[in-house]
Write a protein that binds this ligand. Structure first.
Ligand SMILES: NC(=O)c1ccc[n+]([C@@H]2O[C@H](COP(=O)([O-])OP(=O)(O)OC[C@H]3O[C@@H](n4cnc5c(N)ncnc54)[C@H](O)[C@@H]3O)[C@@H](O)[C@H]2O)c1
Length: 394
């Protein structure tokens, strides 16, 4: 294994805190594994839950110093800001309605912030966070974890090098349909926040799932959605938010495309993927089969690019830990987000340039782009699907 020189130069692991991600959460344990994978950071503090008891139990199970297990995030911010051994970075793993307030507050105290997607719950909140991040000394990135897959990064490199020519069509989707999604619970009090209008707004499906295909399509192509025509529906009876969204979009590089986001694609297990067509060929990738990128050239045999092949790009190989034929999967893709972000923090702390590492990660501009798209999609839908510009907030 290669020696990680920058962290050795720093002489210590980074100190990391979590807000959210407690034992009562879906994604907290994934963050813990991803943080540990490369040994660049230790989880030393947290306000892990809306429920103080759960926060304490989560921290105790992680053997944290009890004085660094907090009942709420504001208490954590105040206490950590005044410690000599304060955390270097906080990871925001709460529901999206809290992302902006928590991220802005930690950035204002000089902490680095890694934030779950969608960046916020509205375009207005995204504007505020963008302003606060621009003033901050700390770094900011989003855990749009699918951009950590080596084969997604390979697609970005191939498209950048012109391997499929000029991009014409961009098809992306995240259409899921598990049993907990396809219908609303009869007992409305058991509704998850994802399906509550008051917590996620009416376009929940676009933030919770649609942010992924939108982000990944912009990540791999380098183009931003400029125009949208939206058709939003509520399919599950009794549901109070949209649960299916078809977006026809135009990208600023000239490509046109579609983004499908759904909670009601019954039977689909995850359903994230993209197909990108240039004037010389296309690339296709599916999250449920993430080790392979498919390269199609008209008149040529189908080319399957495997993660780990020596012929893949530097960034794809650098994002790979095992040789081809040994699946890495979701957890290692998530770990790549942590590795790149914490390596960027180390570079920053050593007075170096974090930009090459941050370039691999979705950040403020990407979150802003998603939240503005959602805002424009709702306006388009309200205007009967009228083509609407993706601009600043309302
Ligand atoms: N990147 C991915 O693949 C992925 C997957 C799932 C969820 N997510 C995102 O992660 C975030 C959390 O999702 P989840 O599914 O884990 O949600 P969840 O409801 O299961 O968990 C939310 C966590 O935040 C805590 N919390 C709520 N309010 C808090 C507060 N004021 N202070 C401290 N903690 C608080 C809860 O107690 C819980 O621990 C969301 O933004 C979601 O979109 C991302």
């Amino acid at each position: 294994m290669a020696v990680d020189r920058p962290i050795a130069q720093l002489g210590r692991r980074l100190r990391v805190g979590f807000v959210g991600g407690g034992a009562d959460s879906v994604i907290g344990s994934v963050h813990q594994i991803a943080l540990r994978a490369d040994g660049l950071g230790d989880l030393v503090a947290g306000a892990f839950s809306i429920d103080p008891q759960v926060s304490r139990e989560t921290g105790a199970a992680l053997l944290l110093d009890p004085s660094r297990i907090y009942d709420d995030w504001e208490e954590m911010l105040t206490a950590e800001a005044s410690r000599d051994d304060r955390i270097d970075a906080v990871v925001v793993i709460t529901p999206p309605s809290l992302h902006q307030r928590i991220s802005s507050a930690f950035l204002a105290q000089g902490f680095h912030v890694l934030c779950e997607k969608p960046m916020t719950d509205s375009a207005e909140a995204a504007d505020i966070l963008a302003r606060d991040a621009a003033r901050a000394t700390g770094l900011f990135a989003l855990t749009h974890c699918y951009t950590g897959y080596p084969m997604v990064r390979e697609a970005r490199e191939l498209i950048g090098s012109g391997a499929i020519g000029e991009i014409r069509l961009i098809e992306s989707e995240h259409a899921a349909g598990g049993p907990d999604m396809i219908r609303d619970p009869e007992d409305r009090s058991r509704r998850h926040w994802r399906f509550r209008r008051e917590s996620m707004g009416i376009a929940s499906v676009l933030g919770e799932v649609g942010s992924h295909p939108h982000n990944i399509s912009e990540y791999v192509t380098g183009q931003r959605v400029q125009l949208v025509s939206a058709s939003l529906s509520t399919i599950a009876p009794g549901r109070e938010v949209f649960d299916n969204a078809y977006l026809n979009v135009t990208y600023d590089g000239g490509a046109v495309g579609r983004i499908w986001s759904s909670f009601v694609a019954a039977g689909q297990e995850h359903g994230l993927g993209f197909r990108i067509f240039g004037d010389e060929g296309s690339l296709q990738w599916r999250q449920e089969d993430p080790e392979f990128l498919w390269h199609l050239t008209p008149g040529q045999p189908l080319r399957r690019i495997s993660r780990g092949l020596p012929s893949t790009s530097d960034v794809a190989r650098d994002s790979t830990r095992l040789g081809w034929g040994h699946p890495e999967g979701y957890l290692m893709a998530f770990a790549n987000i942590y590795r790149d972000f914490l390596s960027a923090v180390v570079a920053h702390e050593l007075g170096g340039d974090p930009a090459p590492l941050l370039d691999r990660l979705p950040g403020i501009d990407d979150g802003l782009s998603t939240m503005r798209l959602i805002d424009a999609a709702v306006r388009s839908h309200e205007a009967g699907g009228q083509t609407t510009a993706v601009t600043g907030s309302r």
